[in-house]
Design a protein around this ligand. Sequence first.
Ligand code: KE4
Length: 426
Amino acid sequence: MTRSEALFERACKVIPGGVNSPVRAFGSIGGTPRMICSADGAYMKDEDGNTYLDLVGSWGPMILGHNHPAVREAVIKACEDGLSFGAATGREVEMAELICSSIPNIDMVRMVNSGTEAVMSAVRAARGYTGRDKIIKFMGCYHGHADAMLVQAGSGVMTAGIPDSAGVPKGCTQDTLSAVYNDADSVKTLFETFPDEIAAVIVEPVGANMGVVPPKKGFLESLRALCTKYGTVLIFDEVITGFRLGFTGAQGYFGVDADLVTYGKIIGAGMPVGAYGGKREIMKCVAPSGAVYQAGTLSGNPVAMAAGIAQLTILKDHPEIYERLNEKGDWFYGEVKKIAEESSAAQGTSCGSLGCLFFTDVPVCNYADAKTSDTSLYAKYFNHMLANGIYLAPSQFEAMFLSDAHTKEELERVLDLMREFFACCI
Ligand code: KE4
């Protein structure tokens, strides 16, 4: 028995499914999750001493690579001053000013502890600001596990084949309307049906939780126009795309401004951080300045802020990182798409440093297309790559995340292993 197997056996006795987040359980892949004990740069190491080139990057935070010296030093220094005070701190002001001074339409921002909390709070702010109840989300988009969001969600919900979660009362989802990603007409129909009732449209500006599904040209612009027409708050869930596609995230990358934006992952550099922010007129509705209540014991935690400030400062001061990263992504995923096209049994998709390999012959533009993927073939592919030291997302419905730490040589090896798999198994 390996150390990972022994630890996972113990874990299953005391943690539901042996993991603290479902997608880590390798449920749709089979086999035992690797118990990771350390990471540095582009690599992770498991309890049995196996080293992996990591293409998950903790699901997005590790844009600079794991264990970046400047981030590590900032955390260590912050720890020396104490871990948490439950009081206002200078670091929170620094983080808020860093975000608000860098992203044109973010006037104010509130720190929370996860992407789920950021989304839950942004939706509540939109409802409080508009006085309306209904929200529109997109099938296959995942916005964390708040009750109202668990309606045909992506990510782990999609992996588990649970379009809706147990334990969510009907009352929590009756105001959640589902539309089709990349189909603005499906949104228009909902607005025409509920013209004065929709508080918010929430969208992943790049779908990254049903695999990676970029927005079709004009899709985001259509959502912007519809929300403006109906007085509805447009929320970009940038928990993945924020500070990844560029320092101004998907808003800057696509040139479309949302009214509220949610963040996570990169802004914490691996520490538990989420945030939501946007127009002052909306954000001032949030307590204590307004009637929308939202709170958090560890929100703006000084150690987490130190990590996030260190990472965001590097990204802001070195825009060439984004040029490198997006060029790397264009090249790497361009090769992935060639491999996929040659097989006629797979599709490659990408946006910047995010990408995905779908095992389907259907071009993937939405949730229904993504669901045509052969998840057992993905499992074979995953295990082929893992056996050769490449750590991919243990689910067809996730993304590959490139970092500034990945070298072209390392990615060439990934491509060679992909070609090897296609040659033997497709
Ligand atoms: P968290 O609550 O997991 O920090 O963030 C929720 C969330 C919100 N919005 C988007 C666009 C997200 O991608 C996420 C979480 N992403 C998944 C990865 N697909 C987290 C991985 C996991 O659940 O373990």
